[in-house]
Design a protein around this ligand. Structure first.
Ligand code: PLP
Length: 402
């Protein structure tokens, strides 16, 4: 992982005010390599047409969409393309799913969510309170991890679904989803995982984890803005998503409304192929697993360098699990004793160091930990294209803050 990779990202070659960009805002959306950009524009140059018709261009569109489903399935360790649905983004898909699942719930049924989750995996479930569904919230601890004793308290025989994140986009915490899956399935409930922040950094095997639903978003792993939903085989066909009578009524199509963004879907496939180039192995799956592991090793090394540099600054207080935690996403958040996160974001921004300030939609966790009233935290995330010089530069500019 080096400058050669960085060169594949045209946006990172830009110079503004005589300075290059250091992009540490991957958790909000990564930069996109030429390979993916070309796949999107090639679609418009060649196959552009609607799906399911009777001429060559429409057949090509069908091929692109269906082969992308298969590619996503391999990426996620899923049973096949028939388990993968596309949507505008994760949030839209999750609202469609909550509405579809609500049809199979009764007043008094319970759904468990967490205080560590992004609002996109809270609001769609909190909305079900209007139907008499009871929502229980698992507590977040001050160290940025979830309270697993509280999962035991909150999951019971009335629980129908547990909706939780796999990795926290605010603190980089990796949640113990296997323990929660055991508790969830023991009472016959479904487990839904928000893997939006997990998918770019750690490899996923939905069958090994045993989740029932999993959501992620391609723009977090070098692709365009497309949401991805995995449903265990047979599950989506038991639900009633809103759909037109003219559309396919079965999985994986039944939850997809309107015409899909075919060009972006071509880009989703390319984004996974792009990651695959970093891996080794005889099968596509083996290459993808090894690629994501290699990306993770690179990212976590830089995250450690950044963490150590920030931890050495007296005015900085880091949040979330320490770097020596067994599994961690390369995402760091901190407070500065003298400057608000907005002031830090603006200062770094002036030097073309791209970070984010505030709550990142994980607003509940900032409220619970008393960070909201302080204006939230500064977040820095590492992606495949970051290099040691990015970290050196960021730490140097941070030092200037005093
Ligand atoms: C952890 C997490 N979940 C969900 C989302 C929402 O994803 P989308 O923008 O695709 O709706 C985000 C976006 O930042 C996220 O970081």
């Amino acid at each position: 992982m080096n400058q050669k990779i960085r060169k594949q990202f045209p946006s990172l070659a830009r110079i503004s005010n005589d300075q290059p960009f250091t992009f540490l805002d991957g958790p909000a959306g990564t930069q996109v390599p030429n390979y993916v950009i070309d796949a999107i524009s090639d679609y418009y140059k060649t196959s552009n047409s609607n799906a399911h018709g009777h001429f060559a261009l429409t057949h090509e569109t069908d091929e692109i969409v269906e082969s992308t489903r298969a590619k996503v399935a391999t990426f996620l360790g899923a049973e096949g393309g028939h388990t993968i649905s596309f949507g505008q983004n994760m949030t839209t898909l999750n609202f469609a799913l909550s509405s579809a699942i609500s049809g199979s719930l009764q007043a008094g049924d319970e759904v468990v969510i967490t205080q560590l989750d992004h609002e996109s995996n809270r609001a769609p479930w909190l909305a079900l309170r209007a139907n008499g569904i009871i929502i229980r919230e698992v507590k977040l601890k001050t160290d940025g991890t979830l309270d697993y004793k509280d999962f035991e308290n909150k999951i019971n025989e009335r629980t129908r679904l547990v909706a939780m994140g796999w990795a926290a986009n605010i603190f980089g915490t990796i949640n113990d989803v296997v323990s929660v899956r055991k508790m969830t399935h023991a009472v016959g409930a479904w487990l839904l995982l928000d893997a939006v922040h997990y998918a770019p950094h750690l490899s996923i095997d939905v069958q090994a984890i045993g989740c029932d639903f999993l959501l992620c978003s391609a723009y977090k792993f070098y692709g365009p803005h497309v949401g991805l939903l995995y449903c265990k085989p047979g599950l989506l066909d038991r639900l009633q998503p809103y759909r037109l009578r003219t559309a396919y009524q079965h999985a994986p199509y039944s939850i997809e409304t309107g015409t899909l963004n075919h060009a972006a879907i071509a880009g989703v496939k390319a984004s996974i192929e792009f990651m695959e180039t970093f891996g080794k192995g005889k099968t596509e799956r083996a290459r993808l697993v090894s690629a994501v592991n290699k990306i993770h090793q690179h990212e976590i090394g830089l995250a450690q360098q950044l963490y150590d540099g920030l931890a050495a600054m007296k005015k900085v207080k880091l949040y979330g699990p320490p770097m020596d935690t067994t599994e961690r996403a390369p995402t760091l958040s901190f407070l500065h004793k003298k400057k608000s996160s907005t002031e830090i974001g603006k200062y770094l921004g002036k030097h073309n160091i791209c970070t984010w300030s505030g709550h990142f939609y994980a607003i509940k966790s900032t409220e619970v930990l008393g960070l909201a009233e302080k204006g939230g935290v500064t977040r820095m995330g590492i992606s495949v294209y970051n290099v040691a010089a990015d970290i050196d530069r960021t730490l140097e500019i941070m030092q200037q803050l005093g």
